[in-house]
Unconditional design. Structure first.
Length: 322
C-alpha cells in the first residue's frame, strides 16, 4: 500500500461552473450556483471554481454569456454573501485577462487564481502568477494539452516554472487521450524536475472513460489538487465526477450525500437540456489525441449519430473528401 493510498493529502477543486459552463455558455442561475456552493461546502470540498476571471473586452464578448464567464467581485458578493469553508477559485487564460480587473485578495471573494496556458506561453503565465502572488492569491499554472507537447518543450516550461512563486503545477489531459501509465510518467517527470515545495494538480477529461482512473492514479502518487465536476459536467466528454472522488477518497470530512442532493435537484433536469459525458465522437477524438472541437461540431450537426462516418472522416480524411 502506498503512503498516499487513501487520499488524505488530496483536495478537490470542483469545476462544475467553470468547465461545465463550456457546455451551456455559463447559463447557470444564481440559485443553481448558491445551491452548488452550499452542497460542496457541506460535502467538505475544498475549492469551488466559480468561473473565469477573463476580460469581456479582450474576448470581444457579445453579451450572450452567463456572468460566470467574466466574474465580477461585486456580483460574487451578492451571490455568496457568506463564504464558508469552501474556498473560491477562478481561472484565467493567457492574453484574455485584464490585470486591473483582479483586486488584491484582501478585497476579493476569490482565494485561488489558476493560470491556463500552452507550454509555449509558460513565460507569460509565470508573469501573471507573479502578479497574482503579490496580490496575495494562491496560484496554479495549468499546462494544457500535454499529450501534444514535445519533451524538450516541456523541460523548458518546467524550468521557467521552477523560478516562479507558483504554488501548484497542473498535469492537464485536455484531449482526454492519456491513460494511467501516461499520468505516472508525467507526474514522475514533474516531481523530478520541479523544486521541492512545488505541489501538483491534475485535470482530466473522460473521452476514453479514464478520467476517474487517471485522477485516482494521481492521488495515489501524492498529487494534491484533484479537479472534478458534479455529475461529470464539463466540455464534451466531461470530467471526473466530484461525487466519485467524495465516495472513494477516505477523508473523514468528505460526505457525498449533499452532492447527491445537488444532482437530484438540479443536474438531472440540466442533463435533459444539455449534452456532456462519454460519447462515441468524443471517444474517437480522444483515441486520436485530437481537440474535441470536431466531435462537438459533429454532435451539433444532423449527422450526430453517424459514428462510423465520423470515424472515417477523422482517420482517413484524404479518402473522405474525395
Amino acid at each position: 500500500m502506498t503512503p498516499y493510498k487513501h487520499g488524505m493529502h488530496c483536495q478537490i477543486v470542483d469545476c462544475t461552473i467553470r468547465d461545465g459552463g463550456l457546455v451551456n455558455n455559463w447559463d447557470f442561475s444564481t440559485e443553481f450556483v448558491q445551491d452548488l456552493y452550499e452542497s460542496l461546502n457541506d460535502a467538505g470540498v475544498e475549492y469551488m471554481e466559480i468561473g473565469y476571471k477573463n476580460s469581456p473586452k479582450l474576448l470581444k464578448s457579445d453579451g450572450s454569456e452567463g456572468p460566470w464567464r467574466f466574474l465580477n467581485d461585486d456580483f460574487l458578493r451578492k451571490v455568496i454573501p457568506e463564504k464558508k469553508r469552501t474556498k473560491l477559485s477562478a481561472l484565467v487564460d493567457i492574453g484574455r485577462v485584464d490585470e486591473a480587473d483582479v483586486l488584491p485578495r484582501s478585497e476579493s471573494m476569490l482565494d485561488l487564481i489558476r493560470v491556463a496556458c500552452y507550454a509555449r506561453d509558460t513565460e507569460k503565465a509565470v508573469e501573471l502568477v507573479k502578479l497574482f502572488h503579490e496580490r496575495g492569491y494562491e496560484t496554479t499554472i495549468n499546462i494544457m494539452a500535454l499529450s501534444n507537447v514535445m519533451d524538450n518543450e516541456l523541460n523548458e516550461a518546467l524550468a521557467l516554472i521552477n523560478d516562479s512563486p507558483v504554488d501548484y503545477v497542473y498535469v492537464v489531459d485536455s484531449y482526454g487521450s492519456l491513460d494511467p501509465d501516461d499520468f505516472r510518467y508525467l507526474i514522475e517527470k514533474f516531481r523530478r524536475t520541479l523544486k521541492a515545495g512545488k505541489k501538483l494538480g491534475v485535470h482530466t477529461h473522460n473521452n476514453l472513460q479514464l478520467a476517474f482512473a487517471n485522477t485516482l492514479t494521481a492521488a495515489q502518487m501524492g498529487v494534491e489538487l484533484l479537479d472534478a465536476s458534479v455529475y461529470g459536467m464539463g466540455r464534451a466528454a466531461g470530467n471526473t465526477p466530484t461525487e466519485l472522488l467524495l465516495a472513494k477518497l477516505n477523508k473523514p470530512e468528505y460526505n457525498v450525500r449533499p452532492v447527491l442532493g445537488m444532482i437530484e435537484k438540479h443536474m438531472l433536469k440540466l442533463r435533459e437540456k444539455e449534452e456532456w459525458g462519454y460519447l462515441i465522437p468524443d471517444m474517437v477524438t480522444g483515441m486520436l489525441d485530437e481537440h474535441p472541437r470536431s466531435a462537438m461540431g459533429w454532435r451539433a450537426s444532423e449527422k450526430r449519430d453517424r459514428f462510423t462516418e465520423f470515424y472515417d472522416k477523422m482517420t482517413t480524411p484524404e479518402t473522405f473528401h474525395k
